[in-house]
Design a protein around this ligand. Structure first.
Ligand SMILES: O=C(O)CCC(=O)C(=O)O
Ligand SMILES: [Fe+2]
Length: 328
């Protein structure tokens, strides 16, 4: 969709008046579409190229090697998930045979040696990452990219605070020990007829505060549900697609919307085209309780959702996403 609202990070950081102008654009985008396109974000193009390169090398490995990186507790989002095992439509109680995507996921790379992060307190949230030994550079590239994403996410959350008429540091202590995950979505060529309704990623809303998606493939397929229609989101060179997740909708009492989206299968003549994309799913600290912000409730707007902790929300949603695909 060429009409997604554009936000320039460098412009927002250039002066107070520019910051207010970009914050207004963010508010308008998040109220109406829940998606925007972020430009001038400062993430190095070389790093992104490296990320695509090492990750494509991983997915090109034989299945029996990739399967070594499947981890026992899938709700922890670490390592490899084979095609058709997860179903994002299942988070909405819709069964579709499993998403036509294979995944690799990682969490916080350098977990501090502090009880807050220990399994006793944090449960599965800071499980160690797993890294493919076959690709020596994989780990360093992923860790560097993860760091770039967490820094970018923090800057965006500060702009979000301004957009919500809150102090710029409002979210800082709610995301400073976040449980965000970096995913690679690899969509293999579609060689067999999909089951009825089975697509690359079934319709869903993202779970957390916001998602930073890098996509640059030719075949595309990402679609957002706006105005009762599915609208394609085409990649824009060097830009991130940013969307609101369920927790931001809950925080803002639906002033901002967590929009349904999906990845549609290519048309028949392009079924052999694969696709690689990288969502970074921002999830606040596991013990941050998300309830409607004071600026988003009033006599005519009672809170619409009960409070929920970030950690509980993520585990509930992730577990449900593994209830609709192939159980293997
Ligand atoms: O691969 C994409 O373009 C986005 C997929 C998606 O919506 C997700 O992984 O949550
Ligand atoms: Fe998504």
């Amino acid at each position: 969709m060429s009409t997604l609202p554009l936000v320039s990070l460098s412009r927002a950081l250039s002066s107070d008046s520019e910051r207010r102008a970009e914050a207004r654009a963010i508010d308008a985008a998040n109220r109406t579409v829940g998606f925007l396109v972020l430009t001038d974000h400062g993430v190095a193009a070389d790093l992104v190229d490296d990320l695509y390169r090492v990750t494509a090398e991983f997915f090109a490995l034989p299945a029996e090697i990739k399967n070594r990186y499947v981890t026992a507790n899938r709700a922890a989002s670490r390592g490899y998930v084979p095609p058709k095992v997860r179903s994002l439509a299942a988070t909405r109680e819709r069964m579709d045979g499993g998403d036509l995507v294979e995944l690799f996921a990682a969490g916080l790379p350098h977990v501090p040696d502090d009880p807050y992060f220990s399994p006793e307190h944090a449960g599965i949230n800071f499980r160690p990452n797993v890294w493919p030994a076959e690709i020596p550079r994989f780990r360093a590239v992923w860790e560097t990219y993860y760091d770039a994403m967490q820094a970018l996410a923090a800057q965006l959350m500060s702009l979000f605070a301004t957009a919500l008429d809150l102090p710029a540091d409002f979210f800082d202590d709610k995301i400073d020990r976040h449980i965000s995950n970096l995913f690679a979505n690899h969509y293999p060529p579609i060689l067999e007829q999909p089951a009825p309704g089975q697509i690359r990623v079934g319709e869903h809303t993202d779970y957390g505060s916001l998602t930073l998606l890098h996509q640059r493939d030719e075949v595309g397929g990402l679609e957002v549900h706006v105005g009762g229609r599915w609208v394609p989101v085409e990649p824009m060179a060097g830009a991130y697609v940013v969307n609101i997740g369920d927790l931001m909708a809950r925080w803002t009492n639906d002033r901002w919307i967590s929009t349904l989206h999906r990845v549609q299968n290519p048309p028949p003549e392009r079924l052999s085209m694969g696709r690689l994309s990288f969502p970074f799913f921002c999830q606040p600290n596991y013990d941050t309780v998300i309830e409607a912000l004071p600026s988003c409730v009033g006599p005519a707007q009672p809170p619409r959702y009960p409070p929920i902790s970030s950690g509980e929300n993520m585990i509930r949603k992730t577990e449900r996403s593994f209830s609709g695909g192939n159980t293997r």
